[in-house]
Design a protein around this ligand. Structure first.
Ligand code: AMP
Ligand code: ZN
Length: 666
């Protein structure tokens, strides 16, 4: 074997192990930085030596495969659904039936597992390598989504330990609540409607056509069942344990209990503790532990007889639907909201429930006056899950989705394939105008100090601003007569507006609030085109050629710059002196500290703290406050702290003194 090939193989092996420690054991032994470094190294070697490419390399995790249509493939072992139970009584009944079938009258052992609320998948492994991943589909056939599944870090692409040559394993892809909320926050910032819940988002993520996009979704995979022939395994508990030893993420919440009483204890525990889980579950799955008994019990047409789910009662109440109102978002998206007769649910009074879109209203067939069931799932805003057929509102009070904007009365539009209605009168619709300016001044955009959301509304209502450009024309004397405006706050406001002129191009671009152009996209576009003029002139093809920019974003950017209103707006911003050109990276500039993370410790003869800071920045370095494995260099003055020194030595970080520092930058 060539030395290069050996090195590549060794690196892959190393990275597989680090992945395991990080994602499964949650106990990494190297820093993220060092990990990235190893991964980069492998990536480079693989690129230079394409003859050693391997679809199971850790570099393949980052994705890159685009699948237009997923292939439908049969399941070797059908993926059944589960029968549900909701009470102790039903569980007793279930046990009675199964004992009768197998002819047992002693206690039965069960495994109790959480019922993860996500999308189920089936993975096939051969010689320790992931060779196929399918969705559940209809249980008989599923979509092949192998490339997408490979991007999920907790799915091993190379097994460890003593695994069978060929086998299949099942699990659930879930999106943790925090990740879901972060994703939604980004969508809202980009002017997109938020996703409904983590479960749908998880299964939607698996069907994305570009696996690079999947790689960015915070997805986990929990495994719960093995399938195959002659696996040499006798119980479900053993199956879970073995899967764990091969490198799979088998949550340690699973328990083996000796009788149905143990099942009840498990249920009682998780009924409460589930509130603290970082992801959603919708119940417990109880499985007969012995596989020989499972075989005897077999399946009904729909579900195994040897397993049952116990569903938690979601906290549900019923109340009356009083009316439906419609909210207009900054991008014109219309969200229907149900106004309810106030009712207590999980300790809070609920007056409104989200209805998401027209389809939701149609599905529920809502009428004003209906008695509706309201439930609080993982989401913060409660939702209507059903109506009481016995208490319907009058037929003539059927909820009909509005045709006109509640704010500006213009005709709403709905694009094909989208669920959301939009008011497209964006430049004259008051809520949208205010929303857009509020977005413009927000922290992640222009971050205008001294100006808040309420003041924006006040300024608009008083006819002082109609768009973000108008902010730059505000005069002291105009503001003084306004309510709640003291001299001091006016000065702050005007100073804040003035200061925002130095914000870099990418921030201005994000602040414009172009649909689908969130923070990251704005950055990419700013980098790729360098100025607003170039961007405005770009064709769809040129836009799509930029990394991470898809058709949808390209179209939206293109549309934005086609509108005379927007062109005028941008040109005014240009006139007021906002940065609409990206900062040129001065490559000729001498940057001896480029890309270095530097810690400064102690006191210096020729530099004050501030001077050091700006000197480091001037020569391309970044000052960080504490020593970690990510630190690249330490500049030590007189009296460097002993603990810092120790840590730096332990981590092998180079330390230079003031004289050496000066040499380096001269
Ligand atoms: P249901 O969709 O209600 O019929 O329930 C069956 C589904 O529960 C399976 O297809 C899995 O997606 C899911 N599930 C979640 N956790 C587990 C688990 N621990 N064991 C078995 N199935 C589970
Ligand atoms: Zn409107």
């Amino acid at each position: 074997m060539e030395a290069i090939e050996q090195e590549i193989i060794a690196l892959r092996e190393q990275l597989h192990q680090h992945n395991y420690r990080y994602y499964i054991e949650d106990a990494p032994t190297i820093s993220d930085y060092d990990f990235d470094h190893l991964l980069k190294k492998l990536e480079t070697l693989e690129q230079e030596n394409p003859q050693y490419a391997d679809p199971n390399s850790p570099t393949q995790r980052v994705g890159g495969q685009v699948t237009k249509n997923f292939l439908n493939k049969p399941h070797r072992y059908p993926m059944y659904s589960l029968d549900n139970s909701y009470s102790k009584e039903e569980l007793y009944q279930w046990e009675k039936r199964l004992k009768k079938i197998v002819g047992l009258d002693t206690a039965v052992q069960y495994t109790c597992e959480l019922k993860f609320d996500g999308a189920s998948i089936n993975l096939r492994y051969q010689n320790g390598l992931l060779i196929q991943g399918l969705t559940r589909g209809d249980g008989q056939q599923g979509d092949e989504i192998t490339a997408n599944l490979k991007t999920i870090s907790s799915i091993p692409i190379q097994l460890k330990g003593d695994y069978p040559e060929t086998f299949e394993i099942r699990g659930e892809i879930v999106m943790p609540i925090a990740g879901f909320e972060a994703l939604n926050k980004k969508r809202i910032e980009a002017g997109e409607p938020p996703y409904m819940n983590p479960r749908n988002t998880a299964s939607g993520s698996l069907k994305l056509q570009d696996s690079r996009q999947v790689a960015k979704r915070p997805l986990l995979c929990f495994l719960y069942a093995l399938a195959g022939e002659d696996l040499g395994i006798a119980t479900q508990a053993e199956a879970l344990e073995s899967a764990r030893s091969w490198g799979f993420d088998v949550p340690d919440s699973a328990r083996l209990v000796d009788s149905i009483e143990g099942v009840f204890e498990y249920i009682a525990y998780w009924e409460k503790a589930r509130a603290d889980l970082p992801y959603e579950i919708d119940g417990i799955v109880i499985k007969v532990n012995r596989l020989d008994l499972q075989e005897q019990l077999g399946f009904t047409a729909k579900a195994p007889r040897w397993a049952i789910s116990y569903k938690f009662k979601a906290e549900q109440v019923f109340t009356t639907l009083e009316s439906v109102s419609y909210q207009v978002g900054r991008t014109g998206a219309i969200t229907p909201v149900a106004n309810l007769e106030p009712v207590l649910l999980s300790g809070t009074t609920v007056k409104r429930a989200s209805l998401h879109n027209e389809d939701q209203i149609l599905k529920l067939d809502l009428r004003i006056g209906d008695r509706v069931f309201v439930e609080k799932g993982g989401e913060i805003i409660p939702k209507i899950v059903g109506i009481d057929e016995n208490f319907r509102g009058p037929l003539e009070d059927k909820v009909v989705f509005i045709h006109h904007c509640p704010d500006c009365n213009s005709l709403l539009e709905k694009q094909e394939g989208e669920a959301q209605h939009y008011c497209t009168n964006s430049n004259q619709c008051p809520t949208q105008i205010i929303g857009k300016i509020q977005h413009f001044i927000s922290r992640k955009a222009m971050d205008i100090e001294g100006l808040g959301g309420e003041t924006v509304a006040l300024l608009y209502q008083n006819g002082l601003i109609e768009n973000c450009a108008d902010l730059y024309t505000l005069q002291f004397d105009q503001l003084l007569p306004l309510e709640r405006m003291a001299e001091k706050s006016i000065t702050n406001l005007l100073e804040g507006v003035e200061a925002s002129k130095t914000k870099p191009f990418e921030k201005v671009l994000f602040a414009l609030g172009i649909r689908y152009v969130g923070e990251t996209v704005a950055k990419k576009l700013a980098e790729a085109f360098g100025s607003i003029d170039q961007l405005a002139a770009a064709s769809i093809d040129q836009l799509v050629a930029v990394d991470e920019i898809g058709e949808r974003i390209a179209q939206s950017v293109n549309d934005f710059f086609k509108q005379p209103y927007n062109i005028k707006l941008v040109s005014r911003l240009q006139d007021y002196g906002l940065k609409l050109v990206a900062q040129k990276r001065t490559t000729s500039h001498f940057l001896p500290l480029q890309n270095l993370r530097i810690v400064v410790s102690g006191v210096f003869k020729d530099f004050s703290r501030e001077e050091l800071k700006s000197t480091v920045a001037h020569f391309g370095g970044t000052l960080v406050s504490s020593v970690s494995s990510k630190t690249d260099l330490i500049i030590a003055g007189e009296g460097m702290g002993p603990s810092k020194l120790q840590k730096a030595t332990d981590l092998g970080i180079p330390i230079i003194n003031e004289v050496q520092f000066k040499e380096r930058i001269s």
